[in-house]
Design a protein around this ligand. Structure first.
Ligand code: PMP
Length: 283
């Protein structure tokens, strides 16, 4: 990430943006974030991302009242960086005091950072990839989009060692989500995904894909599928802002749909691309 960033009301070259060593984001990972997709120079599903940001802020008790107008700030950031396709990264920490204490003291001024990352826009079907089944070692408030990501990093590293693109996490015998994605399984024409509770981050892409599926008359059940059911899945895919809809052809040594992209996954990939086309056409 480079270019121009927004930091606490200022527009700065990335190399000149600095925060205090006492910032609670730096010392405690005491903050939340969002990653918002940008297609054709415009943020996609922005209202949904901003609503989730408010929920995260509220959950950890950061007052977002002094924040800038997000849609204006994001549009300015995109324009300043001439971003066509990519993502906006938005992070808010609780701010800094002049000593390191676990409990925040006094009224702190939150630290607000926005920056961009570019990515090519693709319209094809991604090659089905491998997921690694791993125990979910993270905390029990996965519904908060916290910048405290050590658990996710360790899990991603384990998955990478197994040549998998993403861990598939399980807790008490059921699949929760990925380290940075949500999982879907298809069985007998029914689409399953874990319910939106404290064990997962309900992805904006997850929710959008559920909406697309319901609009295509695909039967949807927000029920977690079990580890011992994985070998019976007809199809599997994951969703996230950066990966959109990614087919999964293999989970450890379990091959799904002969390792290919299944018909319902394909249908949802096309529906997702169509919704992007619609978004691009609205400019
Ligand atoms: N779960 C977790 C734990 C994540 O970190 C992410 C991506 N940030 C997701 C799911 C997918 O969310 P989204 O579709 O909003 O990118």
């Amino acid at each position: 990430m480079a270019g121009t960033v927004y930091l606490n009301g200022q527009w700065l070259p990335a190399a000149q943006a600095q925060v205090s060593v006492f910032d609670r984001g730096f010392l405690f990972a005491d903050g939340v974030y969002e990653v918002i997709p940008v297609y054709g120079g415009r943020a996609f599903l922005l209202d949904e991302h901003l609503a989730r940001l408010q929920r995260s802020l509220q959950a950890i008790g950061i007052d977002g009242n002094d924040a800038p107008s997000w849609p204006t700030c994001i549009a300015q950031l995109i324009a300043k960086n001439k971003l066509e396709h990519g993502t906006v990264y938005l992070q808010i920490t609780r701010g800094s005091s002049n000593q390191r204490t676990h409990l925040p003291t006094g009224s702190l001024q939150p630290t607000i950072l926005l920056m961009t990352q570019s990515a090519p826009l693709h319209w094809g079907t991604p090659v089905p990839a491998k997921a690694a089944l791993l125990e979910d070692i993270r905390w029990l408030r996965c519904d908060i989009k916290s910048i405290s990501l050590l658990g996710s990093i360790l899990l991603k590293q384990s998955a990478q060692e197994q040549h998998a693109i993403e861990p598939m996490l399980h807790r008490d015998g059921t699949i929760t989500e990925g380290a940075a994605s949500n999982y879907f399984g298809v069985k007998n024409g029914v689409l399953y995904t874990a319910p939106a509770n404290h064990l997962i981050l309900a992805g904006i892409t997850r929710n959008w894909v559920l909406k697309l599926a319901r609009g295509s008359d695909i039967e949807v059940r927000e029920e977690a599928f079990r580890v011992d059911e994985l070998s019976q899945l007809d199809e599997c895919f994951l969703t996230s802002t950066s990966r959109e809809v990614q087919p999964i052809g293999r989970i450890d040594d379990i091959i799904i749909n002969s390792g290919g992209c299944g018909p319902i996954t394909q249908q949802l990939i096309e529906a997702f691309h169509n919704s992007k086309r619609h978004h691009l056409g609205m400019q």
